[in-house]
Write a protein that binds this ligand. Structure first.
Ligand SMILES: C[S@@+](CC[C@H](N)C(=O)[O-])C[C@H]1O[C@@H](n2cnc3c(N)ncnc32)[C@H](O)[C@@H]1O
Length: 288
């Protein structure tokens, strides 16, 4: 009685979550909206269990609605009789076709239960692949950069669908941003590329994203200063102080650092103390 929306992650077969893999292995039929997601799904499911649905390559809204209605009509009986899964690259709830299916099922087959297994999204995978850190306290906005678009404003932007890298690059550079581009990150299908040179990615590939950061941002995390520090002596002193703080924080459940707060549980006190010890922001704890 259930349709599972399963996030496959960015494309490498071993970045499917354990839960996603279990659902795929148990499903009677697995539907995939495209060739790439199908090639990842078939790493976990035999071809015979892959279901058939057709999606027209069109922006015509009426044709798209008809196609989703037909897809829902095919999938609903399978989900009623057993377990069906619909896979998407990344996460099913982030810029994904799965939302169309969920809404169409809700409208025409409301008895079908829908459950979602989250996946590793390009929204987070990009940071590792591009060697970028979105530090605690920083903001990051998600936008689309299709056909040379270059939205601006926020300090840090992640742009999806960057199909004309040189055009987007020119506009963002003029608007005061530095960029790094990623193509086919953590994908087995096609060559993975990470570069800040737009000419290297002049050919169109839908699986391209851009990370843009305003030039001259001045919000470095506390530990960034170590990278500039004059090595050994300072490192030893700093390390000694840090571990003393840490030991004390753990030994007294944080009360030395927090003051005697009887309204804060030991666990919360410990979390807050760790936050202090590691330089993170201290969350507000509401009195109980
Ligand atoms: C329609 S969105 C799908 C996002 C997906 N649901 C997710 O959570 O990652 C497609 C866009 O995401 C980005 N993208 C997704 N996977 C990617 C990957 N492995 N490498 C680079 N970009 C990727 C590209 O910009 C692409 O145009």
């Amino acid at each position: 009685m259930t349709l599972y929306g399963v996030g496959l992650g960015p494309g490498e077969a071993d970045l499917v979550t354990v839960r996603g893999q279990r659902v795929l292995e148990a499903a009677d039929v697995v539907y995939s909206p495209g060739r790439l997601s199908r090639s990842v799904a078939t790493e976990h499911v035999p071809e015979e269990r892959i279901g058939d649905i057709d999606f027209p390559m069109t922006r015509d809204e009426e044709k798209l609605r008809r196609a989703w209605k037909a897809a829902a009509a095919e999938i609903a009986p399978q989900a009623r009789e057993g377990t069906a899964a619909f896979v998407t690259l990344g996460d099913p709830n982030v810029y994904s076709t799965f939302g169309h299916l969920r809404r169409t099922l809700g409208a025409f087959h409301p008895d079908v239960e829908v459950d979602v297994v989250p996946g590793v999204s390009a929204v987070t995978a990009f940071a590792t692949a591009l060697g970028v850190e979105i530090a605690s306290g920083a903001s990051l906005a998600l936008r689309e950069g299709a056909r040379g678009a270059a939205p601006t404003g926020p300090d840090r932007l992640l742009l999806f669908k960057v199909t004309d890298v040189p055009a987007t690059h020119e506009k963002l550079t003029a608007a005061g941003y530095d960029m790094v581009y990623g193509r086919r990150l953590f994908m087995e299908q096609g060559e993975t590329r990470v570069t800040d040179d737009p000419d290297e990615l002049a050919d169109r590939d839908y699986y391209t994203l851009a990370y843009a950061e305003k030039r001259g941002l001045d919000d470095e995390p506390v530990t960034a200063s170590f990278e500039m520090a004059d090595t050994e002596v300072e490192t030893e002193t700093e390390a000694g102080e840090a571990s003393d703080t840490e030991v004390n924080a753990q030994a007294d459940g944080g009360s030395r650092l927090l003051g005697d707060r009887s309204d804060v549980s030991d666990a919360v006190a410990m979390e807050r103390a760790e936050g202090i010890a590691w330089g993170d922001e201290i969350p507000e704890v509401s009195p109980r």
